[in-house]
Structures are given as structure tokens and as C-alpha cells.
Write a protein of this length. Structure first.
Length: 593
């Protein structure tokens, strides 16, 4: 039941006008929300494209010092490679030339300069001769026969991270006889690229780094450990070495959203990668991690709220006013309140005027109907009153005939007829006195019949002890008439045969009880003396017993849809019959009221 009630309440909510208006407004405003989302996405793509183009230019501008330093190093090592074949003839003179080269003002940034022969032995170096046969990278560079750069995280001479420039040295026959080597400390490249800007108070600084075609980092504006956290997540460096400048957005290894720019410095061998956080660009409308679809959704919801407020102010509150007035009128409130539709649209005001006119018409028609019902009720009461008077007149005529009758049998028959006529008069009197004219209170009717019969058939020398118990049961006239006639006949017989032992008063008990929700039981019991049961019937009683009483009881019981039950000893008369459904419904309705 709880689930059914919950389902009904939800269905009632879904059927309300406010909910349906919200659904309709939502459908109408949905294209605007979609258009807003498309425009925001388009603006975001345009902003991202502008940002990537700007980052490309900023990266190239910021990389100028680094590129210049690397180009100068490549040019210096190329110059040494041209001069070395003539200087190698005199090792002492070669070392002196190298020493003077490193002492020049513009070359003091280099930490090593020398010649590496085919056997990977270092000579012609101010730092002294060394054995580099363990260096496989030098052996590979010797075979390439072209200028290369190598990053050494721990230089064997400077003991720091250095960028090594290598250039092949050829003899007169253009055969490779070794490599000219020049070392540039990584710190020099780092500080001269971005200066102190890369080490500001921010926790996520920008990063610039150079790398070769194999994806190996050569230089970085940050430490090598920091530089690795600034690489893109989804694209390896080797895939970025395609020789074309480009920019793209993505996530860095550190997890932040960044814009990356790739610029080739030396064709096919040296590339520059710039990392710029998205928060320093205009690629985001609002600096938040909320998905972009949330903003058009919020705009759509805000539009729905405005539409709902407008519908509430212009329509719904006026409709509720009309509804409350109509419901109150339907519940029986005939006080016509003035409908407050101030500010309502003209259509609703016209509806309100129509409702007021309809209520006034209904009230007027109800007043006319009540007046007609009252007139009919007065006429019907007058009919019952006249019928009662006529029946009483008939009873009086019968009484006059009784006094003129000579035989006891004739008097008994006329007296029985008189009792039956007075019972009918009693019923019409009850119909005359009732207010609704639709049913009769059985307790009042039976009490009146008992009182009347006791007056008419009472025995002065032998008073009876009468006990009554009547339930409040309402009957239709079609049931009240046969029931009253039946009770009159049964009471007459009970009084005729009621007796008691010597010294005691005869008893008479009359009851009307509810047997079930729609059934009633009538019981009439009279006491009988034991000697009366044993005595033979008197000639008078035998003469009076014509069988008419039993026939009438059976006929009246048949009209009630039941039969009579009679037991002797204590003579007991009982019958059970069903209520009329209309009378039962009216009784329940009055009980509720």
C-alpha cells in the first residue's frame, strides 16, 4: 500500500501543470543549450589555436639564447676540426693552441677542448691525455662521420652535466682521423636561456629543453629531473622530431594541463620543446576543472527556472486561486468569495468571471430546488395527515359498530379490524412527523404502536408488565407498513393469551435488534401460566380463532421477505428480515454527519 501511495503521488506530480510546463520549456530551450555548448566549444578551439600559435612564438623567442649558444658551440668545434690536422704534428704546440682557445673571453664557458683519435685516446687537450676507449657513444659518433651533440650527465673532466659537441676531423685524403670535442656545461645553457624567470616563486615553472632525433634531452632550462616531469604524457620525444614546427595541448608528466611547442633548430638533429601551463593562456574561459558542458547545462537550468517563475507568476497562481474556489464550492461552501485575479492575463480573468457567474447560477437554482422540495414536502405531509385523519375516522366508525354489535364474535372481529386501521393511522402519523420523508425510525414507530395497543386492548383488572427494547433502525415506508401491521397483529395475539401464575403480573417483552449489518430481528414474548397451558380452550377463544391472524402474519412476513417463528410455553414470536439498502445507506450517512 505504501508503494502504491508513493506511485500515485508521483503520478500526481507528473500530471501537474507546473511540471508539464517545465518539460515543455525544457524541450523548447534545449536547442539554445545545444547551440550554447557548440559556441563555447568553438570558442575554446579558437582560443586554444590562438594560444598554441602564441606559445609557438613565445617558445621561439625564449629559445633564442639557447639556440645561439648551441650554434656558437657547433661553429667553434667545426673551426677546431679544420685546424687540428695541421696542429697534430706538434702535440705541444697543439695543446698550447687549445689553451689559448679556452682562455679567450667568449670561450671561457667551455670546460674541455681536445682531439679524440680513432683509438678513442684524448690528445691535444690542456686537461691532459685520457683514455676514452670505454665510451661506446664516441665510437658510434666516429662512425657517423657528421657533427653530433651528446649530453653527459656526469662529465669525466668537469664532473658536472655537460653538452658535448663532436665534429669529425679529416686528413688531406678526406679520411676520418678522429673527433674534435668541445664541452659546454649544462648550467650555462640553462641560466642563459630563461634566466631567473624559470625559477620564480611559482610551483610549476615553464620549461624549455632541447632534444635530438632519438628523443634524448640535450639541454633544459630546469634540472634534468624536473625536465622529465615537463614532458608530454601521450607523445614520446622521438615522435616529435619530425622536422616541422607545431604546437599542441595535453597533460605533462607532472599532471598539469600544458601547451607544448616543438621548434626544429638543426634540421633532423636538434629540436626545441617548450612547456607552457594552460593557466597562463586564454585557452580556458574560467580557471576551473569543471567540464565545459556544465556551463551550457547551468544556463539551460537557469532558463528553466526563469520560465517556471514566469509561469508561476502569470498562470499557475491564478489557476490555483480558481481551483481552490471551485473545490470549496463543490464541497458545499455556498459563500461566494471574490476571486482575486489581479494581475492575471485577460483570458484567466474572463474564466474567473465565468466561474463566478456559474456559481451564482448554481446557488440560484439550488435555492429554487429547495423551495420546490419544501413545497412538495408540505404537500406530502398534508396528504399523510389527511390519510391519518381518515383512518382515525374509519376507526371511530368501527368503534361505533362495535358498540352496536351483539355477539362476542362480531365484536372481536371488528375490534381486530379497528386495531389494524389504527396501526395504519399510526404509520401515516409517523410519516407526517418525520423530517426527511424518505425513511421512518422503527424504534419510534414500534413504541407508538405498543403504547396505542396497550391503551386499546389493556386489561384494567389484570395490568401487564411491558418491557420494550428497540434499536435505532430506519426503514422505508414499504417496510414500515407491513412491519407495523405484523407487530400489531402479533401484539394483539400476545395480549389475548398472556397470563401468569397466581399472584404474579403477566409479562410482555417487545424487542427490535440488529442481527447483522443489514438484518434486523423482531421478537415478541408473552408469559403463559402453566395451568393455562393444561386447560382446554374456551368456547370464546375457539370461536375467536378463525385462522385470520395467522394468515395475516404470514402475508406480512412474506412482504418483508421472511417467515414467522412461533414457540409455545412462553409464547415467543420472532422474525428476521433484511434492511432496505437505501434506508441503510441513509442511516450510515446520517451517522457520519
Amino acid at each position: 500500500m505504501h508503494i502504491q501511495g508513493l506511485v500515485r503521488r508521483r503520478l500526481a506530480i507528473l500530471s501537474r501543470l507546473g511540471f508539464r510546463l517545465m518539460v515543455m520549456f525544457g524541450i523548447v530551450l534545449m536547442p539554445l543549450a545545444i547551440l550554447s555548448y557548440v559556441q563555447i566549444r568553438q570558442y575554446q578551439r579558437e582560443a586554444a589555436a590562438r594560444t598554441e600559435a602564441a606559445v609557438m612564438g613565445q617558445t621561439m623567442q625564449a629559445a633564442v639564447p639557447t639556440v645561439e649558444r648551441i650554434m656558437r658551440g657547433q661553429g667553434a668545434v667545426a673551426g677546431l676540426a679544420v685546424a687540428l690536422p695541421t696542429m697534430l704534428k706538434d702535440p705541444a704546440d697543439c695543446r698550447a693552441v687549445m689553451q689559448r682557445f679556452l682562455e679567450l673571453e667568449e670561450n671561457r664557458i667551455y670546460t674541455f677542448a681536445g682531439f679524440i683519435d680513432l683509438n678513442l685516446q684524448v690528445s691535444c687537450s690542456p686537461q691532459g691525455d685520457r683514455d676514452m676507449s670505454f665510451r661506446q657513444d664516441l665510437r658510434d659518433a666516429m662512425k657517423l662521420d657528421k657533427p653530433t651533440m651528446r649530453l653527459r650527465t656526469h662529465g669525466s673532466i668537469s664532473n658536472t652535466s655537460v653538452l658535448v659537441f663532436l665534429h669529425p676531423v679529416h686528413d688531406a685524403d678526406n679520411k676520418v682521423i678522429g673527433l674534435a670535442a668541445l664541452s659546454l656545461p649544462h648550467q650555462v645553457v640553462r641560466y642563459e636561456s630563461l634566466g631567473e624567470r624559470a625559477f620564480s616563486a611559482g610551483s610549476e615553472p615553464n620549461a624549455l629543453m632541447t632534444f635530438d632525433a632519438d628523443g634524448e634531452i640535450l639541454t633544459s632550462s630546469l634540472s634534468l629531473d624536473q625536465a622529465k616531469t615537463m614532458l608530454p604524457v601521450s607523445v614520446p620525444l622521438s615522435d616529435l622530431a619530425d622536422g616541422l614546427p607545431h604546437s599542441f595541448s595535453g597533460s605533462a608528466m607532472s599532471g598539469r594541463q600544458s601547451v607544448f611547442a616543438v621548434v626544429p633548430i638543426a634540421e633532423g638533429s636538434l629540436f626545441l620543446l617548450g612547456n607552457w601551463p594552460v593557466t597562463v593562456t586564454d585557452a580556458m574561459i574560467v580557471e576551473t576543472s569543471i567540464p565545459i558542458v556544465v556551463f551550457p547545462a547551468l544556463m539551460w537550468l537557469a532558463s528553466l527556472l526563469v520560465a517556471q517563475l514566469a509561469a508561476e507568476h502569470q498562470v499557475l497562481r491564478h489557476i490555483r486561486t480558481l481551483r481552490d474556489s471551485i473545490v470549496a464550492f463543490a464541497d458545499g461552501n455556498r459563500r461566494l468569495p471574490e476571486l482575486d485575479l489581479h494581475g492575471a492575463p485577460s483570458e484567466l480573468r474572463r474564466v474567473g468571471i465565468a466561474v463566478e457567474r456559474m456559481m451564482e447560477s448554481v446557488v440560484h437554482d439550488e435555492a429554487e430546488l429547495e423551495d420546490m422540495v419544501h413545497q412538495k414536502e408540505v404537500l406530502l405531509r398534508e396528504v399523510h395527515h389527511r390519510v391519518k385523519n381518515n383512518l382515525q375516522l374509519i376507526a371511530s366508525i368501527i368503534n361505533m359498530q362495535i358498540r352496536k354489535a351483539r355477539s362476542a364474535e362480531s365484536k372481536g372481529l371488528l375490534r381486530g379490524l379497528q386495531d389494524r386501521v389504527m396501526s395504519l393511522a399510526t404509520i401515516h402519523r409517523e410519516l407526517y412527523q418525520t423530517s426527511g420523508l424518505t425513511d421512518i425510525r422503527a424504534d419510534e414507530l414500534l413504541q407508538s404502536i405498543v403504547t396505542q395497543i396497550m391503551k386499546m386492548a389493556g386489561r384494567p383488572g389484570e395490568p401487564l408488565k411491558v418491557t420494550t427494547n428497540f434499536a435505532d433502525i430506519r426503514l422505508t415506508p414499504d417496510q414500515a407498513v407491513p412491519l407495523s401491521l405484523l407487530v400489531t397483529e402479533a401484539l394483539t395475539n400476545a395480549l389475548k393469551y398472556a397470563s401468569a401464575p397466581s399472584g404474579q403480573r403477566p409479562e410482555l417483552r417487545v424487542a427490535l435488534r440488529r442481527d447483522a449489518d443489514s438484518r434486523a430481528e423482531v421478537e415478541i414474548v408473552n408469559s403463559v401460566a402453566p395451568e393455562a397451558l393444561r386447560a382446554p380452550p374456551s368456547p370464546d377463544s375457539a370461536a375467536e380463532s378463525t385462522g385470520l391472524g395467522e394468515a395475516l402474519l404470514s402475508a406480512f412476513a412474506a412482504q418483508l421477505g421472511t417467515r414467522v417463528e412461533v414457540e409455545h410455553g412462553e409464547t415467543e414470536f420472532a422474525l428476521r428480515f433484511a434492511f432496505s439498502p437505501n434506508a441503510l445507506a441513509e442511516a450510515e450517512e446520517r451517522a457520519v454527519v
